[in-house]
Design a protein around this ligand. Structure first.
Ligand SMILES: [Zn+2]
Length: 305
């Protein structure tokens, strides 16, 4: 990123952060409710008229246990490949909101993905989001279901990790997204009790985590503080060597405030010229072709559950 632009963005970000801290004190503590009650005003989305916007590809990666589509929006055709995932945990809707906001921003600001191919999967666990549960409709924690070397069966008292690695259709959908996009870096958006929010990294992603921290002012953490076998970061970051960030948003902050706090961090992540991690070619192949369902921007309202 050009230094002048970085400075400009940082200045804007610091201003936004100051505003958001004030807003945080007014938050109601229910990030899910905030998401649904905080429709973004149209004025926030300046840009060309809808018919002039570039067509963003929508790709159905698969279906959830209950048959809901899991969709990836794909922007640009550049050589830099980036994947953004939201909502692996259904009871963390702020991550869905922020991922949707990013997709909407990219639709309205096509220059932001010049030279980039950016895939955004805003709702990785649509059944969990609908039910307000961490797990999917099988009761499986999807972020313990990836085929990482450290995958293990859950303790009998815990939430299921699945019958075997990648047993769940939602996990398979995200794996398909990775295989399609071949990302050089991944950010997976979650939420955590305020005070523990951070840019958590797996694999060779510490420079990216520090880059994001310059914009969102979140701590950089190599360890979230508890084991995460079968996590997306464990598989993609540690096993595959794809620099991976788990962006842990603070709960109790509205989705809109989280977006404002993280917009520049996410755009810096997408730019990341200074990080330039090597592209990793996954050994495995896509076994099931994804179905390209449309070429028009999605019409679902931003604040929909
Ligand atoms: Zn989570």
């Amino acid at each position: 990123m050009p230094r002048a632009r970085a400075v400009a963005i940082l200045t804007v970000c610091l201003g936004g952060w100051a505003l958001s801290v004030g807003a945080a004190f007014a938050a109601d503590g229910l990030d899910g409710a905030s998401v649904t009650r905080t429709p973004a005003p149209a004025a926030v989305f300046p840009g060309p008229a809808p018919e002039e916007r570039p067509a963003a590809a929508r790709i159905e990666l698969g279906r959830s246990v209950d048959g809901r589509p899991i969709v990836m929006e794909l922007f640009g055709e550049g050589d830099e490949h980036v994947l953004v995932v939201g909502g692996i945990h259904g009871n963390e809707p702020t991550g869905v909101y922020v991922a949707r906001r990013l997709a909407r921003f990219l639709r309205d600001h096509p220059k932001e993905f010049d030279g980039r191919t950016i895939g955004v999967v805003p709702e990785a666990n649509p059944d969990g989001l609908s039910r307000g549960t961490r797990a999917n409709a099988h009761g499986v924690d999807l972020n313990r279901n990836f085929p990482s070397e450290n995958w293990c069966r859950a303790a009998s008292s815990g939430v299921s990790h699945g019958t075997h690695p990648a047993s769940e259709p939602e996990t398979q959908a995200i794996l398909r997204a990775v295989k399609m996009v071949q990302p050089q870096r991944i950010v997976d958006v979650h939420s955590i009790p305020a005070g523990f929010h951070c840019n958590n990294y797996d694999g060779p992603a510490e420079p990216l985590a520090r880059l994001m921290s310059r914009f969102n002012d979140y701590p950089v953490e190599a360890d979230i503080g508890y084991p995460t076998p079968g996590a997306l970061g464990s598989w993609a970051g540690v096993d595959c060597g794809i620099p991976s960030i788990t962006l842990e948003l603070p709960r109790g902050i509205s989705g809109e405030d989280c977006w404002e706090n993280n917009q520049d961090a996410l755009l810096a992540f997408a730019d990341a010229d200074e990080a330039q991690p090597e592209r990793v070619q996954l050994a495995s192949e896509v076994t099931e072709p994804a179905h390209r369902v449309a070429t028009a921007p999605p019409t679902a309202p931003l604040g929909a559950p």
